[in-house]
Structure formats: structure tokens, C-alpha cells
Design a protein around this ligand. Structure first.
Ligand SMILES: NC(=O)c1ccc[n+]([C@@H]2O[C@H](COP(=O)([O-])OP(=O)(O)OC[C@H]3O[C@@H](n4cnc5c(N)ncnc54)[C@H](OP(=O)(O)O)[C@@H]3O)[C@@H](O)[C@H]2O)c1
Length: 295
């Protein structure tokens, strides 16, 4: 029986998925785009909606924007999280925060990292994400209930400019380095189970197994765009194109499995999601699709 009142911060890719999923599952849900760096705005919306759960999906997610606007990014991605956590603690609201698996880095596919691994951020953005995790728990009361979710490169079958699969359709070169990742459609189901059980702590929310961006490129070529040029690029070359280093990580998801049960294989799910994406391209409004691809 869905009785929780869920307030979602952040009108972006994942926030909107949560809005649709929880609304469709019988919860009372509100998505807000109030500025999380403003204590006053966060207090007002929480006072008005009186949630039992707050999910924070808000934040600056461009690595380049964060490093070029260090103070602004810190204000939102760290202090904004502190503001929501503090208000949730004071009002007995269960706080769910979207962190990122990019605070960890693996040497290869065998070098898995679990929730106890000490973060080693490689970019300013991931440094802020690691810092925000500390902020969630810093000086909270003993009764404070929080959940930190660490997704990796969330992808879905939706056509929107934030979806990495859609962005990949504009690439010509792909690295062939193992990474695991998060199918957003699956993240919705896992999150519901985690919040129903009021799990406290950090959880790696990734599918089982791994793939590489190059292999994803080949699947996109097969199902969505046969003319997509899929060439390999080395990590060194990629780093010269993107000064903010992208992390490659294999996250251990055994904690997630122990709570939610079966977590589906990543490559199998990517193939299903890409087939669905191809269908969405066929039936979608052409002008909207063009906007998203150019966005
Ligand atoms: N996308 C990924 O690859 C990825 C990977 C791992 C973890 N995550 C984490 O998952 C969460 C959700 O990601 P997402 O993919 O949904 O990102 P997203 O689409 O960029 O959504 C974030 C939203 O927050 C908004 N925002 C920025 N500053 C804000 C502020 N001060 N107050 C309120 N809203 C603000 C953004 O608006 P603007 O667009 O106008 O800035 C955007 O609408 C983020 O915390 C992200 O760090 C994302």
C-alpha cells in the first residue's frame, strides 16, 4: 500500500523518471525545481508539501561546468545537499540522495569497488559528489534516516538530450574499457524496494556485469542508426579531449541484490533498452527528436 508522500528535488532526467514512476504507483508525489542552495526555498516547499520522503536529484551534472564554476558548483552540489539533509533531519523525513559511482575508480573489470571503498575522485565534480556524501551524515541526529544511492552513467529508452545513449548517437569514437552502469527503468523499481524498507546507508545501484562504450556503440549501430561510425579511442586520447577525467569503475552491487533480489544483467538490459529506444525513434515527433539530438 503506497502511503508515502514523496518530494523530488531536481527537474532533470532522473527526477522526472521518479515523478512518473511513483505517481503511477499510487504515491502522492511532487517534483520541485526550487533552488536547493536556498534554505528558505527548501523550507517553504517542505513545509507546504509535508513529505515523508525527500529524494534529491538536483545538482550540476556537467563536469566542465563544475570545474569552471567551482564556487557555484560547491554551493549547489555540496551545500544544497546539506540544506535538504538538515531540514529532513529536523522534520523526521527520510532523505534519499543521488550520489554517483564516479567517486570510485577501478583498474580493470576484476577490480570491483564496494560501498566501503574509500572514494578517490578524479574530477572536481566527483570530489563534490564525495564531499556531499559526507555532508549528508555530518552532525545529524541519531534518528536521522538517509539513503545514498550511487548510480553509474544512467541510461534509458527515452529520447532526451540528457540520456547518454542519445548523446552517443552523436559520437564517432568510443572507449573500449569495462564499466558497469544503471538502467534508469530498473533504478525506479530498486528505489521503491529500498525506500519501502527504509534502508539506511550507501547502496551501489548498478546492473550486474559490465560492458564498454564501444560495445554500446555497436548495439546502437545495429538497432538504431546503421550509419553510426563506431571507432575505438584510447583513454589517453579521450583525456586530451576532456580535461576533466572520466572515471572507469566496476561497482560491486551485492548489497543491492541482498536487499532487492534479482538485479538484471547490464548488457542484456542495454540491448532491450536500445531496441525500445529504436521504437521510440520510429514513433516520436521528428522535430522533438531533432531538438534532443542537437541539444
Ligand atoms: N547523469 C549522470 O551521468 C549521472 C551519473 C551518476 C550520478 N548522477 C547523479 O544523479 C542525479 C540526477 O542526475 P540527472 O541525470 O537527472 O541529471 P540532470 O538531468 O542534469 O538533472 C539535475 C537537475 O538539477 C537541476 N539543478 C541544478 N542546480 C539546481 C539547484 N540549485 N536547485 C535545483 N535544481 C538544480 C538541473 O538544472 P540545470 O540543467 O538547469 O542545471 C537539472 O534539471 C545528480 O545528482 C547526478 O549527480 C548522474
Amino acid at each position: 500500500m503506497a502511503t508515502d508522500r514523496i518530494l523530488i528535488f531536481g527537474d532533470g532526467q532522473v527526477g522526472n523518471f521518479y515523478l512518473r514512476y511513483f505517481s503511477g504507483s499510487g504515491y502522492e508525489v511532487k517534483l520541485t525545481s526550487v533552488d536547493i542552495a536556498s534554505k528558505e526555498e527548501v523550507e517553504i516547499i517542505i513545509g507546504e508539501f509535508r513529505p515523508t520522503i525527500a529524494i534529491n536529484c538536483a545538482g550540476k551534472t556537467s563536469l566542465e561546468w563544475c570545474v569552471n564554476n567551482k564556487l557555484g558548483a560547491f554551493n549547489i552540489n555540496v551545500l544544497g545537499v546539506d540544506i535538504i539533509a538538515q531540514i529532513c533531519d529536523e522534520n523526521d523525513i527520510y532523505f534519499v540522495h543521488l550520489s554517483s559511482g564516479c567517486i570510485l575508480e577501478s583498474k580493470d573489470e576484476f577490480d570491483t569497488k564496494n560501498e566501503e571503498t574509500i572514494p578517490k575522485p578524479k574530477s572536481y565534480y566527483s570530489l563534490l559528489k564525495a564531499w556531499a556524501e559526507e555532508m549528508v551524515v555530518f552532525k545529524r541526529s541519531k534518528k536521522f534516516k538517509y539513503l545514498i544511492l550511487r548510480p553509474r552513467q544512467p541510461i534509458s529508452s527515452e529520447i532526451n538530450t540528457k540520456n547518454m545513449l542519445v548523446k552517443m548517437l552523436t559520437f564517432t569514437k568510443f572507449i573500449d574499457i569495462p564499466n558497469n552502469g544503471t538502467i534508469i527503468e530498473d533504478l525506479m523499481v530498486w528505489t521503491e524496494k529500498l525506500i519501502q524498507n527504509r534502508i539506511v546507508g550507501v547502496v551501489h545501484v548498478v546492473n550486474t556485469g559490465w560492458t564498454t562504450p564501444y560495445r554500446m556503440g555497436l548495439m546502437l549501430q545495429k538497432y538504431v542508426l546503421s550509419s553510426l561510425p563506431v571507432n575505438k579511442i584510447t583513454k589517453e586520447e579521450l583525456n586530451t579531449m576532456n580535461p576533466e577525467k572520466r572515471a572507469d569503475a566496476i561497482l560491486d552491487n551485492s548489497k543491492l541484490i541482498s536487499i532487492v533480489g534479482n538485479v538484471e544483467n547490464y548488457e542484456k538490459r542495454i540491448e532491450e533498452i536500445i531496441i525500445k529506444l529504436a521504437e521510440n525513434f520510429k514513433i516520436g515527433d521528428k522535430d522533438y527528436i531533432k531538438d534532443q539530438l542537437c541539444g
